[in-house]
Every structure is written in C-alpha cells, then in structure tokens.
Design a protein around this ligand. Structure first.
Ligand code: GLA
Length: 438
C-alpha cells in the first residue's frame, strides 16, 4: 500500500494511505451539531484502545457545527465553546492544535464545509444551539467566493488531511425559502433541486467542486488529501464526481434502518464502473452500533459492513464508539472484511444476480482471488447459490468464510441457507497450481 505524507511507524506520524477508501469516524450520526472537542477526542482514544485505529479507522472527521462565523477579513472563526483548544493567545482561533493532537495519536483529521454560502444545519437544524452567529454575511460560512482562502486555512495553516464538502448551500437557500424571505439568509440558486435532476444546474455545481479541488491541490500539490463530495446523489454527480472526489455520495443521508441501508447500498452498487484506485462511490457512513445495526443485531451489522466492503466504500463509523461492546468492535474490526474494502485493485463488486430478496455480488481482488457475497435482503430465511463456473477461476477452489474464518473446498456451486438479513461473505481462491486470472 502506498503511503503519502510523513514517514515513520504507525502511531508516530500521520500518514495517509492513498488509493484505498478512507476509513475512520464522523460525529454526525452520533452527535449532530451537539458535538465537542472532548467527545471527539474520547472517540479517537476509544478507536486506539479498541484496536480499530490499528485496523484502519484513522480519519477523525469534524462535521457541521464547528464554525462560529466568517470575520470581516473573511476568515473562518472556530466555535471555541466546542473547540476550547482553538483559542489562540492573540485572540484568533485555530484548529491546528486539535489537528496536531490527532496527528500525534497517529490519526488523521477531516473537516467539513459547504460548496455554497451556507451549511446544511442552517437549513435543516434551525433549533440547533450551534448555528453560525452574527450578521447575514458573518453567517455565510460556506466556501463559495472564498475557496482559495478557506483551503489555505484548512489544508495549509490547520493541516487537515481531508474535507467533506456538502451542498445544502446550493439547494436550500432559494428565494422562496422562508428563512431567505425573512432576511435570515441571502438567496442563492437553487442550483440543486432535490429529486429533479432536470431542474439542476449541474454544470455550475460541477464547476464549483472542480475549482475547490484545484484550490486544495494548490495548497497540497503532493495530493495527500481526501475530498468527499456530498451532493447526496443529486446534480448528476455520478457523471462527474470521480473527476474531483476521492468519494462522492450517491444517496440521501443514511438512517439506522435496514431499509435505508439497502436503499443507499443500491445507489452505489448501480455504478461499479465509476470506482477505481483513489475514487469511490459513497453510500454514506456506516450505521454499525446504531438502531437496527446495534449490538442486538449483529447479523445485520455484519451484512452492512460486508456490503460496504464489497463496494470499496469509505468505511466511516458514525456511532459513539466509547459505548461499544466487544462484539461490535469485533464486527467493525474484522480485518479480512476490511481487506476487501482496502484491496489495492479497488475493483467494486458487481451484482451478478438479484432475485426477490436474494442478491449475489462478485468482486475481483488484486491477488487474483474473488470475493462473493450471498445476501439475504429479506426478513425470512432464504437459500442462495452461485455456480462456481461464474467466478472466472480455474481448477479446484477453496472458499474462506470471512466472518467465521473457516476454509473448505468449493464444489460446483457456492450455496447457503441464510438467516433473515444475513450475508455470507467468502473469499474464493484457486487451490495451489490453479492459473491466476483477474
Ligand atoms: C447533510 C449531510 C450529512 C451531514 C449533515 C450536516 O445532511 O448529508 O452527512 O453532514 O448535512 O448538517
């Protein structure tokens, strides 16, 4: 695996793997805007203590809520009640101490912004105690018209490794919105009309992300940063997202339900042709530990991680890890499953069969082996089977179950009786002497 950034053993210096999907943690689904530096650092510590960081979960993201305002010099001011370490002796604010702290723990740091003038919380969380404050202009904390300055601050002065760039500023501040009409926010667009791609100004949206990416590369020409495009599958992002983004969201926000997980999975599974080293479809964060994927639903949690790994999706946990049981840690930390996601070939799985609630996925791996997922999407037991002739492998085959870690010779078919919401995840290789093929 190629490593960008500083050299040094894990734990001593931050180094970001390039080419493979980002892995880490994001506070949004656990804390929304009611997040603090202390909560984030507690999770960072838990990731280290549980071994999840060592297993690959190293990006610690900050999501919506971190900003207080943009000052008269257009500089972004940090909400210091949330990030006490951002208070500088000269009265300015800086997230550099926070980033340095994460780096010193061997972790990486991601920040959040919007491609428009305003952020999602300003449209969708009006009751949040942590919305930007001040005049209309001071509350315009999105990157529009300030891309170069913001990227110099975030990737230069503050030394972040990644950024998630949302798009509510382009979608939710049209002239008809009550908060725009009453003067709370300035009107913009809308350039994105959710669910109506024909009404979107996709070229404008693409151009904004393209120029932001150029600004990031200007600050960090060594390309050691990750850009997560977040237009929730809107603005035809599947046509252009992989030109600029490390990842691009293909769907609305995930919820901790089986139904939402599958719906998001399907949007990314529909586009295996877009993914490759350094570029990944993003069906949104993992809901492991939350709702229908909590410690009482480990089959569903295993299925969720299996599906994301088959997609080479970013593996971003979104739960309060400090409260996790060892069983949940073991699911998220399964290195054989993670290895599918992080496979250097980065070849996203294809759906080879879909019949009612049964689905079969096939993925090619760098070493010539294949990953096969037999997925029961439904709530009743199901028998599924795939003829081994469909794998494109030769000779006698060996299957390894990536959840039980058991190996056995494969016959003419791979088949399984699956429990409700269970996924069987196998790695299949030719027994020694077989010819390698991709
Ligand atoms: C959007 C994104 C979420 C999260 C929130 C923050 O809904 O899709 O992932 O970042 O905004 O407000």
């Amino acid at each position: 695996m190629a490593i960008a950034g500083m050299s040094g053993a894990y734990g001593q210096a931050a180094a970001r793997p390039t080419g493979t999907p980002p892995m880490g943690w994001n506070p949004w689904n656990a804390f929304r805007t009611e997040v603090t530096e202390a909560k984030i650092l507690a999770v960072a510590q838990a990731l280290k203590q549980t071994g999840l960081a060592e297993a690959g979960y190293r990006f610690i993201d900050v999501d919506d809520g971190w900003w207080l305002q943009r000052n008269a010099q257009h500089r972004l001011i940090v909400r210091t009640s949330m990030f006490p370490s951002a208070v500088m002796p000269d009265g300015t604010t800086s997230l550099r101490p926070f980033v340095d702290r994460l780096h010193s723990m061997g972790l990486l740091a991601g920040l959040y912004t919007d491609i428009g003038r305003n952020a999602c919380s300003q449209a969708w969380d009006p009751q949040s105690p942590n919305l930007p404050q001040g005049s209309v202009a001071e509350r315009e904390i999105g990157s529009m018209d300030h891309q170069a300055q913001d990227m110099r601050l975030i990737f230069g002065a503050w030394n972040f490794d990644a950024i998630k760039v949302d798009a509510c500023g382009l979608a939710d501040f049209g002239p008809d919105k009550p908060a725009v009409k009453n003067g709370t926010y300035r009107a913009l667009g809308p350039y994105i009309v959710r669910g109506q791609v024909s009404a979107d100004q996709t070229a404008k949206v693409e151009a904004l992300y393209a120029s932001l990416k150029r600004e990031i590369d200007t600050v960090r020409p060594q390309h050691d940063t990750a850009l997560a495009i977040c237009t929730w599958g809107e603005a035809d992002v599947v046509r252009w997202g992989n030109r600029y983004g490390t990842s691009w969201r293909t769907s609305p926000d995930i919820e901790p339900t089986w139904k939402s997980m599958l719906a998001n999975f399907d949007t990314a599974a529909a586009h295996p042709e877009l993914a490759g080293p350094g570029h990944f479809n993003d069906p949104d964060m993992l809901e492991l530990g939350n709702g229908e994927f909590d410690a009482d639903h480990l089959d569903a949690a295993r299925a969720h991680l299996s599906l994301w790994a088959m997609l080479n999706a970013p593996l971003i946990l979104g739960s309060d890890i400090t409260r996790w049981s060892p069983a949940l840690v073991a699911v998220a930390g399964n290195r054989e499953v993670i290895a599918l996601d992080q496979d250097p070939l980065a070849r996203q799985a294809v759906v080879v069969e879909r019949n009612g609630d049964g689905e079969v996925l096939l993925k090619s791996l760098q070493d010539g082996s294949r990953a096969v997922a037999l997925v029961n999407r439904g709530d009743a037991p199901l028998h599924l089977s795939l003829p081994t002739s469909k794998l494109g492998l030769h000779g006698s085959l060996v299957t390894r179950d990536l959840w039980t870690h058991k190996e056995q010779p494969a016959g003419a078919a791979i088949s399984a009786d699956l429990l409700p919401r269970q996924t069987l995840l196998l790695r299949v290789r030719e027994a020694s002497g077989g010819k390698r093929q991709r």
